[in-house]
Design a protein around this ligand. Sequence first.
Ligand SMILES: C[S@@+](CC[C@H](N)C(=O)[O-])C[C@H]1O[C@@H](n2cnc3c(N)ncnc32)[C@H](O)[C@@H]1O
Length: 224
Amino acid sequence: MASLVQCAYVMLDSLMDRIVGTPSIWLLVQKVLGYPEAKEAMYRSAIAGRGTLLDFGCSSGHLGRAFAGVEYYGVDTDERGIAAARKRWENQPQMHWICANILDRPFPPGEFDQVLVGCTVHHLSDSALVPILRELAFCLRPNGILHIFDPVRQKKDGIGPRMLRKLDRGKYTRTLDQILTALHATSAFKVEHTAILPAPRTVWQDCDTGYVRAIRLEGLETAS
Ligand SMILES: C[S@@+](CC[C@H](N)C(=O)[O-])C[C@H]1O[C@@H](n2cnc3c(N)ncnc32)[C@H](O)[C@@H]1O
């Protein structure tokens, strides 16, 4: 019986790998699960006012509708994603798409009023996450705002969220406290607000989303 369950799991895992690895299918699955609308609403509600916004890990710009009204800069290492985003939003001159690794410092210091890290933290190990958060602090002006949204593990999670997290390509789903620990390790931010936002109600319930709003401290050492 145990090996049957194991076999079913391996099959499901490789099926999920195929789905997640094919961008058009993955976008469709996300649509069915109601993710784009839920994410757009979350991101829109956090990004108040005007100014410049850096969206770290913007992917193919599939959530671009969330960013109306701000001078938007999406950055990602994914060349195909950035090319698709440029095409998708070519009529929006306030939206800029940059294909770069944030660790290569593609932006001058203090360039942005706000930085968004949307559902990307669980794709990054601690050893990748902390240096990236430091680079994002470098990009933010003093007192600029960092927004982190990410699926979070909680004791209450049932089988649905646990399975989805196992099948997700992001292998580092953390608790909210673990995200805060990584943020504190940068010595670059003061946490202003945290929240747990309920997952959208869909056919397959995921875990809730953790939200952290933090202020970039003044007088940071910005040299590499
Ligand atoms: C899960 S996806 C983005 C999800 C999207 N923000 C959302 O809310 O649906 C994470 C993205 O981060 C990008 N990424 C990871 N490390 C990066 C780095 N060092 N510099 C730039 N982009 C990076 C990946 O290429 C990937 O497209």
